[in-house]
Design a protein around this ligand. Sequence first.
Ligand code: 4NP
Length: 171
Amino acid sequence: MTHKRITKENPYKICFVCLGNICRSPTAEGVFQHLVNERGLQAYFEVDSAGTSSYHIGEPANSKSRLTAEKYGVSLLSTARQLKAFDLGYYDLILAMDRENLANIREMTPDQGRMAQIGLLRDFDPEPGDGEVPDPYFGGMQGFEHVFQIVKRSCEAILDELETRIADHAS
Ligand code: 4NP
């Protein structure tokens, strides 16, 4: 994670990335934004997600992902899009859900001098397992629940760390 000071004028930009941008990364975007909102930190963060593939461009999040998130009061509002070279220069941090997506992001060339920090979401998971968020797409509800719990733990840890970088935050 970069050591950027986070201010309202210079908010921290984070983008979560999976293959289709309909299951894992929309869950991460929704959970992270929910935590930001709960902590009243909306002015300090810009949150987004994208897919490395073009398979599902324009689609809402998967219904099983949405149903699982709603159980915990989290709304998934994203529309699937494909990660583009611009994003690599725009975001401060790009977090991939698995190593294949990480490798595909690293193969992309940014269109600016500046480069986002790129890593795996589960680098921040206190229970990192094999380091990947498993693809739930072809399985049942249990897989989506598992994804949600991994994402929740990881996003809480990420925001705990980033909250300490907020330069002008009172609490
Ligand atoms: P996601 O899940 O990468 O978490 O959005 C998938 C979505 C679609 C496909 C695979 C994984 N697919 O093969 O179409």
